[in-house]
Write a protein that binds this ligand. Sequence first.
Ligand code: ZN
Length: 98
Amino acid sequence: MINVEIVLKNYMENLVLEKLDELIDQLDCCKCEKCRMDLVSYALNRLPPKYVASYKGQVYSKLDTLSIQYETDLINAIYQAAKIVSENPRHNQESEDQ
Ligand SMILES: [Zn+2]
């Protein structure tokens, strides 16, 4: 028996990151790593989590449960996040605590 570690993962993370890469050129928002991560966390906090149990290190196959409505919510959340982040960019701040 090989000891395989199983991890819980919020698959929504992958979906948001994927969609962000698709939309990034259309977004009127700073593209630095800090703003990108702010944007992703903002969007994720507004979307329902989608947990999957997965073997660690395994490449995910795309879940086909992503409905059209999900897709629309995802895009809306990303656009909303881009707006908020571009209004309050944090990339010039030295400290992360607020
Ligand atoms: Zn930035």
